[in-house]
Design a protein around this ligand. Structure first.
Ligand code: BF8
Length: 635
């Protein structure tokens, strides 16, 4: 295909040619207009927390070395980073809260639009949390579980939250507890790592980064890790667990990915955002005969629901819905002229979509009071009227269909097939029920280790290039690759989740995948489903009676964009997993913060960050980490 510095996905390149011809504004054209971007911001040394500022510190020693209040580059960078972690953790966790509140409403009969769909998962999670299940009804168990989850958000005592306590493997929990003690002894101050409350740890960051509070990079970073751990082992763990209970735990299935999932003769509804409580319902309601009938009356063959980003991942894994693309595809989807409605909930939704949709017949529908966008049609979602509201949204899409401009329709034909749905439950089932066979394969070196890749697209990186090259390099080296989010969509579009990708794997990994009938690259879900990776890592650690930091595991966020990615990276690091990042995080203006997050974290947590621009070198470094850990275990 043609080369374009903006994307490695030929389908995107095809759409970008149309964007260029028609002069559609897009993230790449707007990025151009932002050049040059502020280097203080890139290095993290810009502070606008109070009104004496904004202040900025030149990291090369030219000009002032302190803000008006005396904050140094170290303080400013650490505070900014902590706020990113708080925002990221809050986004995942607030999503989890809504799931927990819905579980409560379903358990008590207050909401009849949803059911306890996966009662096996309900019993499994309840048992893990320590809730009695014997001889009790499912609603009763669900009610207790909902209370336990809700309590993780708002409790006021200093005990670690129950979800973390029960899901984190023993050795990691003990390690963090001991580390709190050691840090108290060595610094004389309380430096907490185990989260007390999901909301509390984010509020703590807003407080301690307020004007005139914490100026110490170590304690600011420790709190960022703690807040992020509250996300991974708390908010995100709750989101995943509860969504599985309410909507069903995903199973392995084969789907299609890329813009070719749009159909010329169908009413195309793109669901975009993060919360499947809405999108799963839209998929369900689209199957109603009256909706099909209305689509036919409007002149369409059927209603075709497709996904974008993480809510796309949620319905892809549970309901087999086709995947239109990842973050950088969201504008391109509308440019096909064949999207009758784009329905969004929260997170990762470009406000630019409203303007772009107005160039077409596309209804751009916002549904959340937390993500209202000027220019959109707002149809407020209420969980207790989910069926009716989903029908209303679908009827909007159907009404838009006859207003298409046929001359402006360009649907790229290409799709890739991908085998998806690799929850921990499915991975273990494929391996015979316990982590033992996976562990044996790792111990005997057939699989060298496991890499978890997460995160976004980023306009600063050629779309999907890092995802594709890094993933392909790792499997070639017999490293199993698992992951979530926009990475997973990128891998699916690249064919790396197709069975044919077995041929790209090293001999050991190839043989295993052939025997099990799975690809060497496993889709584990949306970004809150990074909690599934934690559960898998925890199962391996507990089985071997080791700490996660001893296992041949490594993480990467190679095209990261959002504050949520900061939270994910930080809870991986806090869980003992080294994490590769690209593009550069805004920390390099502070030598202290940079050294804490790299060397310091390695000593204290076992997990740490490193940056690398080149996918092949990143693969080298990730393999080296895995080999170093194998050597330490004498395997
Ligand atoms: O939560 S990978 S761009 S869609 S932040 Fe967003 Fe990044 Fe995509 Fe999902 Ni995750």
């Amino acid at each position: 295909g043609k080369h374009d510095h903006r994307s490695a996905d030929p389908v995107a390149v095809e759409m970008l040619a149309i964007a260029d011809r028609e002069q559609y504004d897009n993230q790449w054209s707007r990025y151009e207009k932002q050049q040059p971007q502020c280097s203080y911001g890139q290095l993290g040394t810009c502070c606008k927390i109070c009104s004496m500022g904004p202040c900025r510190i030149d990291p090369f020693g030219e000009g002032p070395t302190q803000g008006v209040c005396g904050a140094t580059a170290d303080t400013i960078v650490a505070r900014n980073l902590a706020r990113m972690a708080a925002a990221g953790s809050s986004s995942h966790s607030d999503h989890g809260r809504k799931a927990a509140l819905l579980l409560k409403a379903v358990a008590t009969g207050a909401n009849t639009n949803y059911q306890l769909t996966d009662t096996d998962k309900l019993v499994a999670v309840a048992t893990r949390i320590g809730i009695p299940t014997e001889g009790r009804g499912f609603p009763e168990i669900a009610n207790d579980l909902a209370d336990a989850a809700i309590n993780c958000f708002g409790k006021q005592d200093d005990e670690p939250i129950i979800f973390l306590k029960k899901f984190m493997p023993k050795k990691r929990y003990q390690h963090l507890k001991n580390l709190e003690k050691t840090l108290l002894e060595s610094t004389g101050s309380v430096i907490g790592l185990l989260p007390r409350g999901i909301d509390r740890e984010a509020v703590d960051i807003l407080h301690r980064t307020h004007f005139g509070c914490d100026a110490d990079p170590l304690s600011l970073i420790a709190q960022s890790i703690r807040c992020s751990l509250a996300d991974g082992w708390g908010g995100s763990m709750i989101a995943t667990s509860v969504q599985d209970i309410l909507l069903g735990t995903p199973t392995i299935k084969t789907i299609k990915a890329n813009l070719g999932v749009l159909e010329i003769d169908s009413v195309n509804v793109v669901i975009h955002g993060h919360e499947p409580i809405l999108s799963a319902k839209i998929v369900e309601m689209a199957q109603k005969p009256e909706i099909h009938q209305a689509a036919v009356v409007a002149g369409a063959t059927r209603v075709n629901i497709v996904g974008l980003c993480c809510t796309g991942n949620e319905v892809l894994l549970r309901q087999g819905v086709g995947m239109a693309g990842n973050e950088a595809h969201s504008e391109l989807a509308i440019m096909t002229g064949a999207v009758d409605a784009m329905v969004v909930d929260v997170q990762c939704i470009y406000p630019a979509l409203a303007d772009l949709a107005s160039c077409f017949h596309t209804r751009f529908i916002t549904t959340s009071d937390q993500a209202k966008i000027p220019g959109a049609v707002h149809i407020q979602f209420h969980e207790d009227q989910a069926d009716a509201i989903s029908l209303k949204i679908l009827n909007e899409a159907i009404a838009a269909f006859p207003r298409r401009n046929k001359n402006r329709i360009n649907i790229p034909e290409h799709t890739a097939t991908a085998m998806v749905g690799f929850t921990v439950e499915e991975i273990l089932k494929a391996l015979g029920g316990t982590p033992k066979s996976l562990i044996d394969l790792i111990l005997n070196g057939t699989i060298k280790g496991v890499a978890g890749i997460v995160g976004c697209n980023n306009v600063k990186v050629q779309q999907d290039l890092f995802h594709r090259q890094l993933t392909a390099e790792l499997i070639k080296r017999d490293i199993l690759v698992i992951g979530t989010g926009c990475w997973a969509i990128g891998a699916a579009k690249a064919g790396l989740m197709d069975l044919s990708a077995q041929e790209l794997a090293g001999d050991g990994l190839k043989a295993v995948c052939k025997q099990l009938g799975i690809p060497p690259v496993l889709h584990m879900g949306s970004c809150v489903d990074c909690s599934r990776m934690l559960v898998l890592a925890g199962a391996i650690a507990d089985h071997l009676d080791l700490d996660i930091s001893q296992l041949p595991l490594v993480g990467s966020a190679p095209e990261w964009t959002t504050e949520k990615a900061v939270a994910i990276g930080s809870y991986f690091v806090g869980s003992g997993i080294p994490v590769h990042l690209w593009p550069l995080p805004p920390i390099l203006g502070s030598p202290a913060v940079t050294s804490i997050l790299t060397e310091g974290a390695k000593d204290l947590l076992g997990g740490y960050f490193f940056v690398e621009e080149d996918p092949l070198v990143a693969a080298d470094k990730m393999e080296a980490i895995i080999m170093e850990r194998r050597a330490a275990l004498s395997i």
